[in-house]
Write a protein that binds this ligand. Structure first.
Ligand SMILES: Cc1ncc(COP(=O)(O)O)c(C=O)c1O
Length: 499
């Protein structure tokens, strides 16, 4: 059934809704003690890894959980209610990405986008074994690369467009060349909607059109796209621009503890034995044979699904859809462009990827380095002295990160000796990523920028406070963070029992 949720059109109201979402985010006001001895509010800039929980999820879960029960039976009241809500959650997945329910279905998968893409690769490699090639890009997260490598004979990594302004989106011409070269061997093109390193948005509908013109399919890894950019799987004026499959992670869309979800054309998963077998996906079982059901999504959801997690995710998607994904996209693109423009002010900081907003749509994330400083040291100082939570290293996108770092070093070749270049290469085997969610504001960006400026200015002081451990990471010489006084599951249980 189509939900048809219409986004809010009233500008004031949607700004108020966004503000309410920001203020009610679980943990937005968490405070931590710092190496300076002060305590301050933590600024969360690690949403690309996992977003914080929206307050509405907590509220809805508190209201739903008294009625929780397993689905798969329709007799007692809790089971009826849970089954109805779980069905609604499936519909919400379709509605969120504008997928026509006549053609598409959704199913939940245990472990985020990784689980989803593994399932798709396993299924389609068995269903279309003569098509033994997958085309992907150099900018992918390993989760949208290794499953294809494991299940297909060949994976083609398409480069991104590189101009004087740096690394951009996936190169459409090169995709077309690969489609011509591999022809009917191509099972599907799998491309990220938004890079988890640079936040660069890929032209997924152009890629879909190419894929379909050459008779193949498109899978969009929407792990980073879903929370930030509207997705339209079907209903394009030109149907070649429709998307066949989308994979995404609930924990990256403000619903921690929720599962991954695949939204797919149902015909792609029919006529073949489901990958996972067990309870809930069979018509009938005898000792010598079993008959899988044709029903979708049941056939893809063997075992008890993460029912509460699916409802939590549906809660978020419904909320975001009501606020309006176009509006959220505008707000977040504006925030990341603001962040880029402010970080550009700081001498000695490199921002990876194209930064001109007129030629490159970016959202959600930005990766940088302070030249000459190890990424782990920058990230540690940001955390320990400024309470700015970022992530560092290669973000499970080693080829992409390595290419951008090498490119940046090559650009400095003329100015530096070989030894200096080697030393820089050693330092910059990773990056520092600041990433954003709907709860972040320009104040958070300003805090990041003033922290980076402070680090650049007081580099010598900070270097003296840290040592590098054998694992390559930097640790403060004296300041040790002990999480136990802040939270420990055991203590929380003990105090509940004692109360
Ligand atoms: C673009 C992209 N794809 C896939 C994944 C894997 O997601 P998960 O860890 O939820 O399986 C990530 C995780 O960061 C990602 O950023």
């Amino acid at each position: 059934m189509k939900e048809n949720i219409l986004p809010c059109q009233d500008d004031d109201l949607r700004h108020r809704m966004l503000q309410k979402l920001r203020e009610s985010t679980t943990g937005i006001d968490v405070e931590y003690p710092l190496a300076t001895g002060e305590t301050s509010r933590r600024i969360y800039l690690d949403s690309t890894a996992s977003t914080l929980q929206l307050g509405v999820v907590k509220d809805v879960m508190d209201k739903y959980l008294p009625y929780y029960a397993n689905t798969h039976t329709n007799v007692h009241f809790n089971a009826k209610l849970s089954t109805a809500e779980f069905d609604w959650a499936h519909n919400m997945m379709l509605d969120f990405v504008d997928a026509d329910p006549e053609v598409y279905g959704s199913f939940f998968v245990g472990s985020g986008t990784t689980g989803c893409i593994n399932r798709i690769a396993r299924t389609l490699s068995r269903k279309r074994p003569e098509r033994d090639v997958v085309i992907t890009t150099i900018m992918e997260h390993h989760s949208n690369d290794l499953p294809h490598r494991k299940h297909f004979n060949e994976v083609v990594h398409i480069p991104v467009v590189i101009t004087e302004e740096g690394f951009g989106a996936a190169d459409l011409e090169k995709i077309e060349e690969a489609l011509k070269l591999y022809g009917e061997r191509v099972n599907y093109i799998s491309v990220t909607g938004v890079s988890n390193v640079t936040g660069i948005v890929n032209p997924i509908y152009d890629i879909a059109e190419l894929a379909h013109r050459y008779g193949t399919l498109i899978l969009v890894d929407a792990a980073q796209m879903a929370a930030h950019v509207p997705i339209k799987m079907s209903g394009h004026d030109n149907p070649l621009r429709n998307i066949d499959m989308v994979a995404m992670s609930g924990h990256k869309i403000y619903a921690p503890s929720s599962p991954g979800v695949v939204i797919t054309r149902r015909d792609l998963f029919s006529g073949i034995e489901p990958e996972e077998v067990g309870g809930g996906m069979v018509e009938d079982v005898h000792v010598d044979r079993y008959i899988p059901t044709d029903m979708f999504p049941d056939r893809e959801e063997a075992g008890t699904p993460n029912i509460a997690g699916a409802i939590a995710l549906a809660t978020v998607l419904y909320t975001l859809k009501k606020v309006g994904m176009d509006f959220i996209d505008e707000e977040e693109t504006d925030l990341v462009n603001y962040a880029i423009s402010r970080v550009k002010e700081i001498p000695g900081v490199v921002i990876y990827g194209q930064t001109n907003p007129d030629c490159c749509h970016r959202t959600g994330a930005m990766s940088i380095n302070i030249r000459g400083m190890h990424h782990s040291l920058t990230a540690a100082i940001l955390n320990d002295y400024h309470n700015v939570a970022v992530r560092n290293a290669c973000f499970c996108a080693h080829p992409y990160v390595r290419e951008m770092i090498s490119d940046d070093l090559m650009a400095q070749m003329d100015d530096l000796s070989n030894e200096e270049l080697e030393a820089l290469a050693e330092l910059h085997r990773g990056m520092v990523r600041a990433s954003f969610g709907i709860y972040n504001t320009r104040d958070d960006v300003d805090a990041l920028v003033s922290a980076l400026k402070d680090i650049v200015k007081n580099e010598d002081f900070y270097r003296q406070q840290y040592h590098q451990a054998a694992c390559d990471n930097f640790f403060h010489n004296t300041f040790k963070f002990d999480s136990t006084p802040v939270f420990s599951t055991k203590q929380a249980v003990d105090s509940w029992l004692d109360a």
